[in-house]
Design a protein around this ligand. Structure first.
Ligand SMILES: [Zn+2]
Length: 148
């Protein structure tokens, strides 16, 4: 199911960049959560700790019931290639792993798969999503009209 994820909400991405910037020069670590094929949020992982080399996550301390599809963390150095430790963590924690780095501008992030290969992630504007919802509602209304 998670493999069908192909987009991230723009506001979620902006949030990730903001958190990365506010944690700077420390690293931030979190998990990505998805709804219906779209990454909608990041959850800062409690019980995470950082070192200057790599961010380490304790996934078992996350709240239950979240549909997590991968991880997100920051590289204060600005080099957004995964470290050896990152690759090991990627392989165990889902198929979407965002690394963001200094200076945390719009393009300072990459999404990797569980093998550490770059993967495409469409950035979806929330307004499009709202339009979709409106269209769905309109369809529902039409169906109801027909039923009556
Ligand atoms: Zn890293």
């Amino acid at each position: 199911m998670n493999k069908k994820v192909k987009a991230i909400r723009k506001d979620a991405l902006n949030f990730i960049l903001e958190i990365g910037e506010s944690a700077h020069p420390e690293e931030m670590v979190g998990m990505l959560t998805a709804k219906k094929k779209v990454i909608t949020d990041m959850v800062l992982a409690p019980g995470t700790y950082t070192s200057d080399k790599s961010a380490v996550m304790r996934v078992n301390q996350l709240p239950m019931g979240l549909n997590t599809v991968g991880s997100v963390h920051s590289h204060p150095s600005g080099n957004i290639s995964p470290s050896k430790t990152d690759l090991e963590m990627f392989s165990k924690n889902g198929d979407f792993h965002i690394i963001t780095g200094y200076p945390f501008e719009k393009n300072n992030w990459v999404c990797y798969n569980r093998k550490g290969e770059e993967r495409e992630l469409e950035v979806r504007d929330i307004e499009n999503k709202e339009e979709d919802n409106l269209w769905e509602k309109e369809l529902e209304r039409l169906k109801e009209d027909i039923d009556e």
